[in-house]
Design a protein around this ligand. Structure first.
Ligand code: ZN
Length: 328
């Protein structure tokens, strides 16, 4: 965490924020990337899990200062960017990745109350099988290890984890370091490591929605369902036939569960190569989002839309700093 980050977290002057908005003269849409929202009392120190109360404050802030659009409306806005006069309230889009249960139980009621549209990109395998992602199982294992140490043997050497940090944000940085290294391994080895570490889960593990919950979520007129592959494969590690197969499998299941064929796509973990973008377009999508952290500008390709990730450790000041572009 840099000094700028710590300063913004403690205090963000309104004047600085207002000036940042005034400086942004080109049409832009800020696309937010969330993963999960859960009740505050659930102590899951994972960046992915935003506390419900914080999420509510962030959404109220968005409602007041931004024009929150569906992805389709944002795409229209960008298509006519040249003729857009600078709006008093800049446009924003809310998105969630993966298909976690709290999207339905926690986020939907808040967004419905505030009447804010949002998109959920779903990886279908975990919903179909009721399973959990390898990374969520590793996170749960490391959290369970508490303040202790853990050695993880991999084909690329031993990874040492130490949970000694006092602050949750620091502990998360340690967990993230391990996840980043594991992402380089073959998928089968990642699963095997998760099996080996699988904790007895005294910590409430992250759960995905059931197909029935997804069906109910998708019935809301506020909700757009997007494709996030079947098994959350990192697409830069697949050949084009396998990439196409996992995307089409998710299309089929999502259409079966929601009655609609998705037109929007999110690259798992933000990983893709140039051909992936072309493939996603050929498969009938109209946009694809990445994890590149900055606002969406009219010069960006529709299959490489950047997003700003919001996580557990972003208080309202950090959220405001990210929204106005002072922190990215
Ligand atoms: Zn994902």
């Amino acid at each position: 965490m840099g000094i700028q980050h710590r300063l913004a977290a403690a205090y963000l002057p309104r004047l600085l924020e207002a000036r940042a908005y005034r400086r942004a003269t080109h049409p832009r849409v800020t696309v937010l990337m969330y993963h999960e929202v859960l009740p505050d009392e659930l102590d899951i120190p994972s960046w992915l899990v935003v506390r419900e109360a914080r999420f509510r404050r962030q959404m109220r802030y968005l409602k007041r200062h931004f024009r929150v659009l569906s992805l389709d409306a944002a795409q229209d806005y960008m298509a006519n960017a040249a003729s857009q006069v600078k709006a008093r309230r800049p446009p924003a889009v809310i998105t969630f990745d993966d298909g976690y249960a709290g999207n339905f139980s926690c986020a939907l009621p808040i967004l419905r109350e505030l009447r804010l549209p949002f998109t959920v990109y779903v990886s279908t395998a975990m919903l179909a099988e009721g399973g959990r992602f390898w990374h969520d199982r590793i996170i749960a294992a490391l959290i369970t290890a508490g303040r202790g140490r853990l050695s993880i043997e991999t084909s690329a050497g031993t990874l040492e984890y130490s949970g000694s940090a006092r602050l949750d944000a620091r502990r998360w940085a340690g967990i993230e370091r391990i996840l980043t290294r594991l992402k380089d391994l073959a998928p089968a080895e990642r699963e095997a490591i998760a099996d080996r570490l699988d904790p007895d889960l005294k910590i409430p593990a992250l759960r995905m929605m059931t197909p029935a919950e997804l069906h109910e979520l998708s019935a809301s007129p506020l909700v757009t369902i997007g494709n996030h592959t079947h098994a959350h494969e990192l697409l830069d590690q697949l050949d084009s036939d396998s990439a196409s197969a996992t995307i089409l499998k998710a299309q089929t299941l999502l259409e079966e569960w929601t009655g609609r064929r998705p037109a929007h796509f999110a690259y798992p973990n933000g990983n893709y190569v140039g051909e992936t973008a072309a493939l996603v377009e050929r498969l009938g999508m109209s946009t694809a989002v990445t994890g590149r952290s900055r606002p969406w500008l009219e010069t960006d390709a529709l299959f490489e839309i950047p997003r700003i990730g919001i996580g557990r450790f972003d208080n309202l000041n950090l959220f405001r700093a990210r929204m106005c572009g002072l922190l990215q």
